[in-house]
Design a protein around this ligand. Sequence first.
Ligand code: ADA
Length: 561
Amino acid sequence: MERLFKTHYIRNQEELTGKYWDFVPCEGEKTGEAQQFMTPCCWETHPGFENYRGKAEFSTSFYAKGNIRLQFKGVSHTATVFLDGAEIARHYNAYTPFEVCANDLADGAHSLKVLVDNGFGEDSALHVPNDYQTYGGIIRPVYLENINSSYIRYCHVTTVRKGEGWTVKLSVCLKNVTGGKDACVLKIKAAGSEIKPVEVCLDAFEERVVYAETECTGVSLWSEECPALYFAECELEKNGTAFDDLRERFGFREVSIKGRDILMNGKKLFIKGFCRHEDHPMFGCALPLEAMAGDIELLKELGANSVRTSHYPNDERFLDLCDERGILVWEENHARGLSEEQMKNPNFELQAEDCIREMITAHFNHPSIYIWGILNECASDSEYGRECYKKQYDLIAEIDPTRPRSSASCKFKTDICLDLPEVVSYNIYPQWYHDTPVREYLDDLHEWVEKDTQGAGKPFLITETGAGAIYGNRDVRHAKWSEEYQAEALEKQLTAVLSSPYCSGVYIWQFCDVRISDEWWYSRPRTMNNKGVVDEYRRPKLSFETVKRIFKEYSRNTDRA
Ligand code: ADA
């Protein structure tokens, strides 16, 4: 299933992944040698392709007739799509979905080929050698849909409190795939409340957003403790017959900022979270649903109430799980540690903006997402960097003004962007990269933010803190890289942050150990980032119990603000 709930009752949808595709590498010793790879997959998990970087072809075939839409949930990192030999789409970025429509297919078998590239170079501004692995492959599912004349591209739902009830605002995007006018009727139901049908006449190939709203009372709110979910159902009808539909899921909740607090439905959020990469030795970044659900169980067991999708938009099924389990999500666009020079790559602006647009369009309705993040640890200390931050923040506000924005900074007292977002966030590593006592370091930093910047008076989050430990490395000296050292460092870091009167919470770096780009070997034993509280196989380190204990101790700030 595409999501954790049924998205269509009328539109016919077929998963094209979940089966073997032909795989042909285009580079190296095995060039041209066809193999069979189960999809979705990362080729690095296949014998002989563990270190393959470059281009490769994936192909399959399907039966269809008439107009179709292909949905690619994630191809890492550049996809060129060919249908029956003709190029029909190109997309950059592993972590955001894209779609392409094709018209008037003859009744019968059709070939689909995806040329996938995970290479590094000037063309790729966001996927660069980094402290995580850029895998190669069709990493998330692909869907084939039969389309009539027009279809519902997306439906965005916003809930706004109104007195004792709620106003539900909907933006429904319709697209006519044909070269002629298309007159149809849009029917919408939100949380069971029916909206007056809207007549629309779309011009040839027109894409149009239709706005509608309704009032709802007596609904349950979405919260960490009780994550109530509702459906918005849209149908397109012609001559009394429905021919397309889309079902979306949402929650009744409003996020706001009041002074130093982030509120959800008027209640202060107190974040006890983890940064998580999509990574697993058996699957690369193409985790199946069961493995994602396993991670959620471990997060719950640890007492965490939030996940930061470091450093890119996540698989929407993971977000569905967070919606269902009441886990708050900081979702961020794709970028990690880009220098000013890297941000000056001619492709940077467009690729980062596309990522933001695609991320918000696809994930708008997840009630668990309470904040959008951008540009983790990029050049927020330079004038050029600031321009980039400003543009990206402005773009988010334009597409989704309902959520606060932030950015995880490592620029200590040189950050010049703290006036831009609603929430000030810092990644700090006392007790790992330096030995300053944590509280001293934190107080000093926060005092500077309050005294010398326009970040003063805003909520303040620690978006990363942590220490490395090699699984199984126990050491009487409690030296760095031992499990003992990590547990002790996290105890100091978490206690200092969670007991400080001005922090809205903390994200531990990180949930599990992850593979990194080989280029980063010198500072990373095993060419892994070893700061996980569980290792790559999800085996708990000593720090697991430490974190669990501390997260349980700090369950304050849950009163209404
Ligand atoms: C940074 C960065 C993470 C990771 C971490 C570390 O803060 O945001 O991606 O690299 O440091 O392990 O040092």
